[in-house]
Ligand binder design. Sequence first.
Ligand SMILES: *Cc1c(COP(=O)(O)O)cnc(C)c1O
Length: 357
Amino acid sequence: MRVYNFSAGPSTLPEEVLKEAQRDLLDFAGTGMSITEISHRNKAFEAVVNEASSLLRELMGIPEDYAVIFVQGGASQQFAAVPLNLMHTGTADYMVTGNFAKKAWQEGKIYGNAVKVADSSDRTYTYIPDVDAVPFSENADYVHITSNNTIFGTRFVKFPQVKAPLVADMSSDILSREIDVSKFGVIYAGAQKNIAPAGVTIVIAKRSLIQSPLPVCPTMLQWKVQDENNSLYNTPPCFPIYIALLVLRRLKALGGIKAINEINEYKAGLLYAFIDGSSFYRNGVVKECRSIMNVPFVTPSKELDEAFVKEAAGAGLVSLKGHRLVGGMRASIYNAMPVEGVKALIEFMKQFELAHK
Ligand SMILES: *Cc1c(COP(=O)(O)O)cnc(C)c1O
């Protein structure tokens, strides 16, 4: 029996995609082999990479002069790849709006003058600082942001308008809402939240920015090299790329990002409205900064939080335990979480409140 899986990542995938992958597992595209067994130089696999990148271009409206590449090492590897590809003069700005943003900044400091230009840790990352009031450096090689803060449940609604190329870690909200890619220099995302199983990371980068990686940049981290080799410089994560393709095809059939964004707003709206209308549950995030992907909430006590997570799991609503830095609960309601899953969660929350109030 399938459960509703609210894990922050790796997270739930569309059931139809899993069934399709299961169906094709023994014989992929008439090869008589599984996708996990064929060479990455096989024409059938090359077609997977090409279709996945062109679908991503189409869905996100990625301009022609941007590279779309599939790499390994997770978003965390990109924390190093960003300075190694872009930090030419040695200064870069970081908005530290959460734990991953902080890690990106700390990694940046290894390579140069990574300036923390904004920091919302004073109120445990429950808000996004006003982007118009941030003292960005005059000479920054780039400005790094985390568009959605997975652990704390915040997101940028407005992106900073800066001279330097804007670099965004979109691991937990890529493909969930429409964005203007041309406003960004680089976008990267670990796939295991909204796109695919863990193992593949997507990088979208303006080609003119990535032509001269730092001399110490490992070959594997050079976006230019990955781009020139169509993500096939070495063996790529074949299976996650294949699942990404199935997810992208399904997203297109659903009506694209605009359509999924409406569903996402609807799902998050239901959950926040219920929490706000309750005197039992609470979400501590500044309203305008609330994520539509990750919704942290608490009951009146730690003991009840613990009971909630346990009883919810018993009712088929799993992985609701909040991150250790925040405690309480967190419902991650990515693209693949059906509306029924959110409704089932709200129904359970009502029952739990009645039983424990
Ligand atoms: C999950 C996550 C990461 C870490 O991704 P890995 O693929 O595990 O390295 C980084 N940034 C954000 C915003 C995330 O949600």
